[in-house]
Design a protein around this ligand. Structure first.
Ligand SMILES: [Zn+2]
Length: 968
């Protein structure tokens, strides 16, 4: 067998559906495996994965993942990771801990930048410093700087996981998986349970690294248009320094259950908290491509759309507010499936279980509606061919797909090539086989390896967990001798000292980076051709889309009276999910699935920078293969002209689902909720957005549920009023993305749709928002806070200059990272600037602090004023901002962004001027921004989402004038 740069080739395969040449290599000396994919994707990706099965819930794998990126042999600075975040052109940079693996992926469009990222990552995983103080900072430690104060636990992962455990959906998924696989690594919490994290020692952490972070336990990935042989040469230089090591990291299969299990757990709830119930099944091992694809098709048929029979049966039952459960879980050695309901009465759990089984039995016996089968087959096939991973690099998505077999010593290409299994399943179905019904019988009905899981609300759990933590800390303190207590204090102070000591400039300079000369001086221009059609603006973007026609249909919300704005998201769902005069919503949904790549709604709410007027649109976004354009347009015509809103039961279901999902997003997206509330103070668009999707909207939905009962004709009249206002080609826009040759056929067809739409004169509505309280505390039963403060810089007299983006990048990666995250122990602390509206906001995520974080925001000005900004530091921050400006986009995103710029009248010349200002940023620009931040400190509005007790303490102890409102 021949070797090349220390590697032997195990197999080679061309995968036409990915237009990729794949080579699987083994490193001869260490046994490391490399999957090398060559293709023309300029968004190159690299990753290294280790099998890291945990045996307890101390979060050792997760904490190690954090610490590995905090200093290594070649890069002896506090956080090489944040230096890369700050100053590279990366299109992806992160690390993730899964229940059985830890993955370090990066991506970039720039070859030198790509190699720089790889170099820092490989040094990090193979030669991390693993300092004790970093363990304390990222994992946990006793924090005590003053003996008069109580002892507390602090640590970034500790608070990250407190946030995760405050999210009932997270707890539901985690508990389901652990109960299904109790005798495997999936039976523990790989992220770490805050109650067990303090059991972990630094020695155990170092030992975990020694055992698993070795080439003999590594799977390495390259993908894209970088030179293929260089991959081998580069890697061999790293790997050949190691001797082979026997690593026992195999993930065992769970012995199948003989009997189903019932599990019940509490979660911390507010007064209206209801129960969650899911059924969880262990399915097949992720080993046979046809079964894997078959189960994912089946999952889509059962619950993938509102019309899917199992999802519909659950919603129609009225037993709960919305479906619960993750659906198909395909990342692990064994697949699993979970579904159920949230917002149920605990007493109805058994009824939900019966309903799920009755529905599955009915489907297996009577057969799944062939139109449902056809719709799901088309939808899934469209996704496989389109490979639209949004902002996530395609290469990294494929790396994860490869790992689902590769990690368990199976062929990594098994699930990448989808053509053969897809054809096989199509042939079975075409041949009349009851294929999917057979899967239901085998994997669901006749499978006792399942868990019925009930999560019930507990009003006192929040206080109980806090009390347990206090008791544990009190006991720990009592056990400390005076000398040991002194040591804790000395250690805390030493940690603070290290955190505050700036990195050695020479060590910082060692981190490889580009120079300003490597950056493009010009912005990339997106194609756009404005074409007027019957008065309605039509924008066309000539881009290669691989035969997919992307169409966005926009309706101007500026004509909407303010009391109707909160109805807009429900109107949008009504268009797509309630049926039309010609067919019910199941049939409509099947038609969308069979002929298109999907049809959804979204809104665009922004501010025109110069006029400061709101630019507010509702969009329907659809896509189809070009030959299916007539079907896509016929569906759009039906929903715009003939949607029916008069089914009260169906509308109530939609409102309940929207309410449940708004409540479910509070903990995982608390920072966005806070930012939306702040922005409502400062612009009409921000206010409209909060009305349509923020806390105000959640309160509106709760009232609407009453109104549906007490005044249904009034509710219906408002939906009809919105249709009359919005479906008006005088106030619509059409946005098409497709290559020129296909566009020639499509354009006249689109013209037909536009001609067909009603046209009326319309004028802008007067919006006059009621003022919100200046400073707000929004309460919910969580263990952490989301702290925000913001102001509108344009109101404060600031004039836009591109350097503001460099300042924001600098603050995020220096002051806020160090103070709010490293020292404060929050999972995240950052700032955002919206150059359209002028809103500048500070935000924290999963934050144990409140007033302390606000004080850090206010002190940002003083930090900037005295900041010493080296040439190197400045360059890195400029590079980071250019990386954000040049973010990688797939063709549909290019068409969408280009349209946004058109609506906001942001010309290429203006964007080029901004780029030049970014490139020309000086240290004086950064220091000068301190005056602006002084104004934010003085005039900003504060919004905090968090537990009531802490907010009340802030009111009394810190005299913070917060108006408290209970959200959950
Ligand atoms: Zn983490």
């Amino acid at each position: 067998m021949t070797t090349l740069h220390g590697f032997t080739l195990l197999r080679r395969q061309f995968i036409p559906e990915l237009n990729t040449d794949a080579h699987l290599f083994r490193h001869v000396k260490t046994g490391a495996e490399l999957l090398s994919l060559q293709n023309d994707d300029e968004n190159k990706s690299f990753g290294i994965a280790f099998r890291t099965p945990p045996t307890d819930s101390t979060g050792v794998a997760h904490i190690l993942e954090h610490i590995v990126l905090a200093g290594s042999r070649k890069y002896r600075v506090k956080e090489p990771f944040i230096e890369l975040v700050k100053g590279s052109l990366k299109t992806f940079l992160n690390a993730m801990t899964f229940p059985d693996k830890t993955v370090y992926p990066v991506a970039s469009q720039n070859l030198q930048d790509f190699y720089n990222l790889i170099d820092v990552y490989l040094d990090a995983v193979f030669y991390p410093l693993l300092n004790r103080h970093t363990f304390q900072q990222e994992g946990w430690h006793y924090e005590l700087s003053d003996p008069a104060q109580p002892l507390i636990f602090k640590g970034v992962v500790f608070n990250e996981m407190k946030g995760a455990h405050s999210d009932p959906e997270d707890l539901l998924d985690d508990s389901g998986r652990r109960a299904l696989f109790p005798d495997t690594p999936y039976g523990v919490d790989s992220g770490g349970d805050p109650r067990h994290i303090p059991d972990l020692t630094w020695e155990q952490l170092k030992d975990f690294h020694r055992r698993y972070y070795h080439p003999s336990n590594a799977r390495i990935w390259f993908y894209g248009d970088d030179p293929a042989e260089e991959r081998l040469r580069l890697l061999n230089a790293w790997l050949s320094a190691f001797e082979p090591l026997p690593v026992d990291s195999a993930v065992a299969l769970q012995t199948p259950f003989a009997q189903p299990l019932h599990v019940q757990k509490p979660y911390a709830a507010g007064e209206e908290g209801k129960a969650y119930f899911t059924l969880n099944w262990a399915l097949a091992e992720n080993a046979d491509p046809e079964t894997t694809l078959g189960l994912s098709l089946l999952a889509h048929m059962l619950i993938g759309t509102p019309a899917a029979p199992l999802r519909k049966a659950l919603i129609d039952s009225g037993l709960g507010e919305d479906t619960a459960g993750r659906g198909l879980e395909g990342d692990l050695r064994q697949m699993a499936f979970s579904t159920g309901l949230k917002g149920i009465d605990q007493a109805n759990a058994a009824a939900v279980e019966t309903l799920i089984f009755d529905t599955l039995r009915g489907l297996a016996a009577q057969g799944i509606d062939p139109r449902t089968v056809a719709a799901s087959m088309n939808t899934v096939e469209f996704r496989l061919r389109e490979r639209n991973t949004g902002g996530f690099p395609r290469g990294i998505a494929l790396f994860f797909a490869a790992l689902t077999t590769w990690l368990y010593d199976r062929d990594p290409l098994e699930l990448l090539a989808f053509e053969a299994p897809l054809e096989a399943i199509k042939a079975r179905v075409a041949g009349g086989e009851r294929y999917f019904e057979g899967l239901i019988a085998r994997y669901f009905l006749d499978n006792p390896h399942r868990v019925a899981l009930l999560l019930h609300p507990d009003l006192t759990l929040q206080a109980q967990m806090a009390a347990e933590e206090q008791a544990r800390l009190a006991a720990a303190r009592a056990a400390l001798s005076p000398a040991a207590l002194e040591e804790v204090i000395a250690d805390t102070l030493e940690l603070h000292r290290l955190q505050e000591t700036p990195d050695d400039p020479a060590a910082l300079a060692a981190i490889p980076r580009l120079t300003l000369a490597d950056l493009d001086k010009e912005n990339k221009i997106l194609p756009i051709t404005p074409l007027a059609q019957q008065g309605a603006p039509l924008l066309y973007h000539d881009l290669f889309t691989n035969g997919v026609f992307y169409l966005d249909v926009g309706m101007d919300l500026r004509q909407t009276p303010q009391e109707l704005l909160p109805f807009v998201p429900l109107f949008a769902r009504g268009l797509l999910d309630m049926g039309t005069e010609h067919e019910d919503f199941v049939s409509l949904s099947q038609r969308i699935g069979m002929h298109t790549g999907g049809l959804g709604d979204t809104s665009l709410l922004s501010t025109h920078r110069r006029s400061r007027q709101p630019v507010t649109w509702l969009f329907l976004r659809g896509k189809a293969m070009t030959p299916k354009t007539p079907e896509l347009l016929a569906i759009l015509s039906d929903v715009l002209l003939a949607a029916r809103f008069d089914n009260r039961d169906r509308f109530r279901q939609i409102v309940l689902e929207e309410k449940a999902s708004a409540e479910a997003s509070l903990v995982p997206a608390g920072h966005s909720v806070v930012n939306s509330r702040i922005s409502a103070h400062f612009s009409l668009a921000g206010w409209a957005s909060e009305q349509m999707g923020g806390i105000s909207h959640l309160f509106f939905l709760r009232e609407l549920l009453q109104a549906i009962e007490s005044d249904w004709p009034g509710v219906l009249a408002r939906l009809e009023a919105l249709r009359a206002l919005l479906v008006n080609r005088e106030r619509m826009i059409f946005n098409a993305t497709l290559d020129a040759q296909n566009w020639q056929q499509v354009q006249p067809q689109l013209q037909g749709l536009i001609d067909h739409l009603p046209a009326r004169a319309a004028s802008a509505a007067a919006w006059s928002p009621a003022p919100l309280p200046a400073h707000e505390g929004l309460t919910l039963p969580a263990q952490v806070n989301y702290v925000g403060k913001g102001a509108n810089l344009y109101d404060l007299g600031y004039e836009l200059h591109g350097s503001v983006h460099v300042v924001a990048n600098f603050l995020r990666t220096t002051w806020l990272w160090e103070r709010v995250r490293m020292q404060g122990g929050a999972y995240g602390g950052f700032c955002l600037f919206n150059q359209n509206s002028g809103l500048f906001s500070f935000l924290s995520y999963r934050d144990p602090n409140l007033t302390h974080t606000l004080a850090n925001y206010d002190a940002a000005a003083a930090f900037l004023r005295q900041a010493e900004i080296s040439e190197d530091e400045l360059t890195k921050n400029i590079i980071g901002v250019i990386g954000q400006i040049d973010a990688y986009m797939l063709p549909d995103a290019k068409g969408w962004v280009s349209m946004q710029r058109h609506l906001l009248e942001e010309s290429d010349a203006m964007r080029q001027e901004m780029r030049e200002q970014v490139l020309g940023t000086t240290p004086d620009h950064i220091r000068g921004f301190a005056d602006v931040l002084d104004e934010v400190a003085a005039h900003g509005h504060v919004v905090v989402l968090g537990p009531q007790a802490g907010l009340e303490r802030a009111q009394t102890d810190a005299a913070l004038p917060l108006t408290l409102t209970r959200v959950l």
